[in-house]
Write a protein that binds this ligand. Structure first.
Ligand SMILES: Nc1ncnc2c1ncn2[C@@H]1O[C@H](COP(=O)(O)OP(=O)(O)OP(=O)(O)O)[C@@H](O)[C@H]1O
Ligand SMILES: Cc1ncsc1CCO
Ligand SMILES: [Mg+2]
Length: 276
């Protein structure tokens, strides 16, 4: 880990992205897993964005053209849901709207891996996974991971993330103790967050939704917008932990902290460094 953070160069950008989300309240369509719907929606609301959990394929042609960003998460994928995900992703890409793919538990089945590879073909702006998911998707291997949790450190996934970014054209983000963000050339580390966030299901899914909201306000700079979202979410977790007694109260305090974040706190807590 780096001893010096380049945070000064990043912190004003992080705050600007966040104030833009609060000011513009982007409409974010989330086709996310059943476990995460509540936390993803509440995270987006606390951040000032406008979530819409619209997932029927029958509604995509009417609704998706009106959203500012899309988040697709395959955490509880079934054959019924895949057509909506593909239709929304395809439309978002055609209309130049940013979209995030969260390949949750990608290697739990051949069906899910194939679905994720097909979704990658539809040109996500950002792919956000944990270390194991990014390694699995990058190598397109069929190895088994431990469900939706990561058994790899995010830093072990740097090379996999870079090659996935180069092959897909997406910015690739790996959540973990250090969040990694790469476009295949630059590699940025976000050192915010707290270990207990792993003990709340769907924090990673919520982060993916938040990345979509940040992309909505700065679609031409997906790497920077992703870095900003990851830092803000991590800072909310750090503040939340100071008030929490365990995961359940952290969940509540994280949402409250995100809602109440002010400029001084953000500028003093951003921890970002260039890793490559
Ligand atoms: N050891 C850690 N230290 C600090 N922050 C962490 C740590 N582990 C995870 N986080 C933070 O927790 C959040 C969720 O990341 P994580 O990698 O656990 O997601 P995930 O595995 O996709 O979770 P889920 O699938 O349950 O949604 C991120 O903001 C990340 O920075
Ligand atoms: C626990 C779990 N199982 C499928 S999705 C999910 C939420 C975290 O991705
Ligand atoms: Mg996840």
């Amino acid at each position: 880990m780096e001893s010096k953070f380049d945070s000064k160069e990043w912190s004003s950008g992080v705050w600007t992205h966040f104030t833009d989300v609060r000011r513009r309240s982007p409409l974010v369509q989330c086709i996310t897993n059943l476990v995460s719907m509540d936390l993803v929606a509440n995270t987006l609301l606390s951040a000032g964005a406008s979530p819409a959990m619209v997932h029927s394929v029958a509604e995509v042609p009417d609704f998706t053209p009106h959203v500012h960003a899309l988040c697709v998460n395959v955490g509880t994928l079934t054959p019924d849901w895949l057509p909506s995900m593909k239709a929304a992703a395809e439309l978002a890409s055609q209309l130049g709207k940013p979209w995030v793919l969260d390949p949750a538990a990608v290697s739990c089945s051949g069906f899910r891996l194939k679905a994720c590879l097909e979704l990658v073909e539809l040109k996500p702006s950002v792919i956000k996974g944990n270390g194991s998911e990014i390694i699995a998707l990058s190598s397109a291997s069929q190895g088994h991971t431990k469900g939706a949790d990561s058994s790899h450190e995010s830093t072990e996934a740097i090379e996999a993330a870079k090659s996935l970014a180069l092959s897909s054209g997406a910015v690739v983000a790996v959540s973990g103790a250090v969040d990694i963000v790469t476009d295949g050339k630059r590699v940025i580390g976000v050192h915010n967050g707290t270990k207990m966030m792993q003990k709340i299901t769907a924090t990673g899914c919520s982060l993916s939704g938040l990345v979509a909201a940040f992309l909505a306000v700065d679609p031409l700079h997906p790497l920077e917008a992703t870095v900003s979202a990851m830092s803000i979410f991590g800072i909310a977790g750090e503040l939340g932990e100071e008030m929490a007694n365990g995961p359940a109260s952290l969940r509540m305090h994280l949402i409250d902290s995100l809602y109440g974040l002010d400029e001084t706190t953000v500028l003093s807590r951003v921890k970002i460094t260039r890793l490559g």
